[in-house]
Design a protein around this ligand. Structure first.
Ligand code: HEC
Length: 140
């Protein structure tokens, strides 16, 4: 009993401000998207979404800014969001719906995923950061 309390205390003490370092350590160096999603944190994703918020709203019925409203985007058809939003031909040419895998590739590099896209965003290089943002989008 004493040992397990000690372990919990150690774990809590080891937690950084947002637990990202612990989650990275938990999944290991060869982690795949599924591993990152398993430990993803929508709350941290909400903070990371700050870098998207200049161009995107996520709440239901939110307005389109430079980018389309993203409410319910996970599982939605690619470039099938708000009818009044003018998607690029590049994104419209993409088939299918936004899966976690697709979003992961898109957020890593919009230009690589859809060359010619109008989303002027370099991408998120960190896989855990992407998973957290995807978790936040899923929650919305
Ligand atoms: C500078 C503005 C800008 C920023 C910053 C930006 N986006 Fe976008 N986003 C756009 C535009 C414009 C489009 C439409 C792209 C097109 O039609 O090619 C788009 C499209 C998307 C789509 C596809 C929507 C659909 O209906 O198919 C997703 C998902 C998305 N953005 C997520 C994000 C996330 C998450 C971030 C932050 C990590 C982000 N974007 C940052 C402008 C931006």
């Amino acid at each position: 009993m004493r040992a397990s309390i000690g372990a919990v205390a150690l774990l809590l003490a080891g937690c950084g401000d947002d637990g990202a370092a612990e989650r990275r350590a938990a999944v290991g160096a060869n982690a795949k998207l599924a591993d990152y999603l398993r430990v993803s944190d929508a709350g941290r994703g909400r903070k990371l979404f700050g870098q998207c918020a200049a161009c995107h709203t996520v709440r239901a019925g939110g307005q389109n800014l430079n980018g389309p409203n993203l409410h319910g985007v996970v599982g939605r058809g690619i470039a099938q969001g708000p009818a009044r939003f003018g998607y690029s031909a590049a994104l419209q040419a993409k088939q299918g719906t936004w899966s976690a895998e697709g979003l992961d590739a898109w957020l890593a590099s919009p230009q690589r995923f859809a060359p010619g896209t109008s989303m002027m965003f370099a991408g998120i290089s960190d896989p855990l950061d992407r998973a957290d943002v995807i978790a936040y989008l899923k929650a919305n």
